[in-house]
Design a protein around this ligand. Structure first.
Ligand SMILES: [Zn+2]
Length: 176
């Protein structure tokens, strides 16, 4: 989001050079900058004690691909708490160990994605209304189920998980 008008007072913004930041949108009336903003979301690859991966069907996101568990970070919340909260809300699973894996810019939606591996002890799946279905999958299956778009955060997380689990691309290809 790029500001043209001050969200506080409605004045048209000018530009002002602010140190190393260069020229930034500036409100003369309020005397403050309005930096470009973007949403921040977390996305978690949820895996269990058997090494299986939990994938969701969420038709409002895609009818083609399976999804990892994702959600927007709310103001005042840290990304780790958000990941734990979203996993519990959407699937009913309690996180035992959370590991920050990467951050990735989602260009098509202009948002920052923060990716985690989240280990849970698999319990009863309790799905929120945002989730149409969910199932545990063998690692060999997941690359053929998630988004095929290069640079997709889901895909990168799955690739990193497989590489760490020692599942080769050949095994993945044979499975699909
Ligand atoms: Zn203002």
């Amino acid at each position: 989001m790029r500001f043209r008008y001050c969200p506080d007072c409605g004045a048209l913004l000018s530009g002002r050079v602010l140190g190393d930041e260069g020229e930034v949108p500036w409100c003369d009336a309020c005397g403050k900058p309005w930096f470009d903003m973007f949403p921040v979301a977390v996305i978690s690859l949820v895996h269990n004690e058997k090494g299986e991966v939990l994938l969701l069907r969420q038709n409002y996101i895609s009818t083609e691909f399976h999804n990892l568990v994702s959600g927007y970070v709310t103001p005042g919340e840290d990304a780790e708490s958000c990941a734990v909260r979203e996993i519990f809300e959407e699937t009913g699973q309690e996180v035992e160990q959370l590991e920050l894996v990467l951050t990735n810019w989602f260009a098509r939606k202009e948002m920052m994605m923060i990716g985690f591996f989240a280990r849970v002890r698999s319990g009863e799946l309790r799905l929120s209304s945002e989730v149409d279905a969910a199932a545990w999958h063998k690692p060999e299956e997941i690359l053929s189920l998630v988004s095929s778009r290069p640079g997709s955060t889901s895909r990168i997380l799955c690739e990193r998980f497989l590489s760490r689990a020692g599942v080769s691309e050949r095994e993945t290809a044979q499975e699909s």
